[in-house]
Design a protein around this ligand. Structure first.
Ligand code: FMN
Length: 406
């Protein structure tokens, strides 16, 4: 009987895509994924049938059906788990039950994480990968490169001939009927790959540089999320990764940041528009002084957009009215997110905001959060309810001083 899931893709002789498209995923980790995502898994039909990664539990039926189109589940001998996170392991307990002959192959750390996540795996047969010991599965041979903290401590990637299964590396959050990057979707895929980088890998640049060197020259990259990258797109994506690492390294050096075209991120929230109107004033003032701006209202903007834009920023203006003696939740979240990704470090910042009856505790809270992370706040402009020309003049002076050294 024809199966609904019979959309086999043999991307290399004997190698099949058995992943799923998650069109409905609009939130991933802490940020939004408007294009959905995919959870990619791969089956290698060799003497020893070998599976690379699983998918989230909600897709177990589809995943198993896809495998069964190619081979009975019991025939699987090796289950390679590149990363312990639930998105690639939730089907593992059921899979192990369905494949009595299978051995789970992963790093030592991955094994430690898996048996905490799934105690029922304690009697499963595991094999811990060794750096220089390939796994021979018949005509094909697999070798493993550990990539700690890219993006969990147990992560590894898998090399097979001239292709690499890259786990989260080179991922892009997008669901699609296409499996391969092509000219039509190239721009979107590259944007999504850079967004993924900004949100997931800003803290692991030395590891990225090492991996970029290791995967140069390979023909095909098969990430956990998004489309497969092959042919000349491999070089394009590696260049994108290299540019990203250079950008992040430059972010650690104030003299290199100073050489970039100026770009100030104005990120704010508002209750009754006063802080929003001041954000507009800041935007106009900077623009009139030939400084690029990006104006983001955190009620209408996503964290992944904020992080992506912040990659190339040279400074920040954070605005919040006072709400219950503190700052607005979205802007607190924004500061916390950028601080964690080290996007604000070494860049000038100001805070601003309206208040009613207190002392501008909203912007004070933001300034304290930034200063506690070692980020120097160059100015704080506050006003009661509504602002007039004198507050605008004060703001203009702070902007000139902090962002233009005037
Ligand atoms: C729910 C709520 C809580 C507030 N809490 C405070 C407060 O704790 N301290 C204060 O000075 N003002 C407080 N305010 C007043 C606002 O900070 C004030 O209206 C301000 O002008 C709003 O700025 P906006 O127009 O940018 O939203 C509060 C306002 C609201 C609606």
């Amino acid at each position: 009987m024809a199966s609904f899931f019979n959309d086999k893709l043999e991307f290399q002789p004997g190698m099949f895509y058995v992943g799923v498209q998650s069109w409905e995923t609009k939130q991933y980790h802490v940020y939004s994924t408007p294009n959905g995502t995919s959870h990619n898994a791969f089956l290698i039909m060799d003497k020893q049938v070998t599976l690379i990664d699983t998918v989230p539990l909600q897709y177990q039926f589809e995943f198993f059906e896809k495998i069964k189109q190619l081979t009975p589940l019991e025939s699987i001998v090796n289950i390679i788990i590149q990363h312990a996170e639930q998105e690639v392991t939730e089907c593992l307990p059921a899979l192990v039950q369905a494949c009595p002959n299978a051995c789970v192959i992963c790093t030592r750390k991955c094994y430690e994480h898996l048996i905490i996540l799934y105690p029922q795996l304690s009697s499963t047969r595991f094999e811990i990968v060794q750096p220089k010991k390939p796994l021979i599965i018949g005509t094909k041979q697999l070798s493993f490169i550990q990539v700690p903290l890219v993006h969990w401590p147990e992560s590894m990637i898998t090399v097979c001939g001239d292709i690499v299964f890259t786990s989260d590396l080179f991922s892009q959050h997008i669901a699609s009927f296409k499996r391969f990057i092509d000219p039509e979707c190239q721009a979107l895929i590259e944007e999504k790959a850079e967004e993924f980088l900004a949100n997931e890998f800003s803290r692991v640049v030395p590891q990225l540089i090492e991996i970029i060197g290791q995967v140069k020259g390979f023909k095909m990259l098969l990430p956990t999320h998004g489309m497969i990258i092959k042919d000349h797109y491999v070089e394009r994506v590696l260049n994108l990764y290299t540019n990203f690492t250079q950008l992040i390294l430059a972010n650690a050096d104030p003299s290199l940041i100073a050489q970039r075209p100026k770009k100030i991120i104005i990120v704010f929230e508002t209750l009754w528009t006063a802080t929003a109107r001041m954000a507009d004033f800041i935007a106009y003032h900077l623009k009139n002084n030939n400084i690029n701006i990006c104006l983001l209202n955190m009620k209408l903007t996503s964290l992944e957009k904020l992080a992506h834009e912040s990659l190339t920023a040279t400074g920040f203006a954070f605005g919040s009215p006072t709400l219950n003696n503190g700052a607005m939740p979205g802007i607190v979240q924004a500061v916390n997110y950028l601080r964690g990704l080290k996007m604000v470090d070494n860049k000038p910042a100001i805070v601003f905001g309206s208040y009613g009856w207190g002392d501008g505790e909203g912007s004070k809270y933001l300034a304290d959060q930034l200063e506690r992370s070692g980020i120097r706040v160059g100015g704080r402009v506050i006003w009661k309810y509504n602002f007039d020309d004198s507050v605008e003049a004060r703001m203009a002076q702070v902007l000139n001083q902090v962002f233009m050294n005037k």
